[in-house]
Design a protein around this ligand. Structure first.
Ligand code: GAR
Length: 190
């Protein structure tokens, strides 16, 4: 059995797909860390009876917020931190505590369109091939080693909402699959 913590800032549809996938596994989501008190992911976590901790980043440094996060995660041995729409930069503090054990999903084919507007920038680009990336986190934004990518060819007439839906659908199948694979591998070396 492996334990994960999911970090999210908003809607939480990726959290939901991961929580559903893990239900039929031996792994579990120990808690959700959320930096936004109005995020819908809080409601989703409640419906799975998974503890959700709100951690504010307001009026304090990222390091201070991460100190709080570290203390929340400390009671449990967390094998993997899963960023699922977490719109904060991770500092060397958390990176050092969870070296090579923090993964992220990004709604573009990195290195194209990093940052907070991956879908919008992908949509407005001339790119014919769009997609998603799952990668390990490093000290830069959206630059860490790629674990998986999945792409599709756009037809050209789609609206941004249709592209967004397609990207989310792909995220919801690829991210749980990749996480389960990593956790199963971790279990095998325990
Ligand atoms: C997802 O599309 C994810 O790829 C993106 O935020 C969305 C969160 O959706 N993440 C980033 O842009 C990270 N730079 P969700 O809250 O419904 O899971």
């Amino acid at each position: 059995m492996a334990n994960i913590a999911v970090f999210a800032s908003g809607n939480g549809s990726n959290f939901q797909s991961i929580a559903e996938a893990l239900q039929s596994s031996s792994h579990r989501i120990y808690c959700v860390i959320c930096d936004n008190p109005d995020a819908y992911v809080i409601t989703r976590a409640r419906s799975f009876a998974i503890p959700c901790h709100f951690v504010t980043y307001r009026n304090r440094s990222r390091d201070q917020a991460e100190e709080t996060i570290l203390s929340l995660l400390k009671p449990c041995s967390i094998d993997l931190i899963v960023l699922a729409g977490f719109m904060r930069i991770i500092t060397p503090l958390l990176l050092a505590a969870y070296r090579n054990r923090i993964v992220n999903i990004h709604p573009s084919l990195l290195p194209k369109h990093p940052g907070t507007h991956g879908i919008r920038e992908s949509y407005h680009s001339g790119d014919k091939e769009l997609g998603i990336t799952v990668h390990y986190i490093d000290q830069e934004v959206d630059t860490g080693p790629v674990i998986a990518q999945e792409s599709f060819i756009r037809e050209g007439h789609e609206s941004i909402e249709e592209i967004e839906d397609r990207i989310h659908q792909i995220e919801h199948t690829v991210y749980p699959r990749v996480i389960l694979h990593i956790l199963d591998k971790m279990d095998n070396v325990k």
